[in-house]
Ligand binder design. Structure first.
Ligand code: HEC
Length: 127
């Protein structure tokens, strides 16, 4: 029992040290706890995208947003993340069409895609 507890403590400490001591990880994904669908992504997409891109919207209410391009689920974002990044981030984002997200929101959106969504999209057939 004592051995098991020691092992557990060692593993725990080792993980903790690695997580906080790796400067590249902290620089790339500074949020701890990390940004997730629930803590950031869903709210951001609802605020800035799903007025046009929700699967709940019938065609006449989508302001021209293509019928298959919806962002109501994390999986939908994973499957289209390359297009989401291309349109909503970068030097001159073209989505939402009239702009809207603040510089801070764009920074957080970029971090969320990079740290939570894009790792799951690696190897996706659509990439
Ligand atoms: C006011 C309505 C509106 C809002 C809000 C909006 N879009 Fe769009 N979106 C459109 C329209 C219209 C099109 C089709 C025309 C085009 O591609 O420019 C489109 C197309 C797209 C496409 C598919 C085209 C491609 O390049 O693959 C993506 C991806 C996209 N939008 C992402 C987003 C994201 C991400 C947001 C939020 C950050 C967003 N949009 C917010 C109206 C909107």
């Amino acid at each position: 029992m004592l051995t098991l507890r020691c092992l557990f403590a060692m593993v725990f400490v080792a993980c903790g040290v690695r997580d906080t001591a790796d400067p590249s990880r902290v620089a790339d994904c500074p949020h701890d706890p990390p940004l997730t669908w629930s803590s950031f992504g869903q709210g951001h997409l609802e605020k800035h995208c799903n007025g046009c891109h929700s699967s709940l919207l019938p065609e006449p209410m989508r302001n021209g947003a293509p019928l298959s391009v919806d962002f109501d689920t994390r999986e939908a974002v994973v499957n289209q993340v390359d297009r989401v990044r291309a349109r909503a981030l970068g030097d001159a984002p073209t989505m939402p069409p009239g702009g809207g997200p603040s510089a801070l929101e764009l920074e957080l959106f970029d971090e969320w895609l990079r740290c939570d969504i894009e790792p799951d999209a690696v190897g996706d057939a659509s990439r």
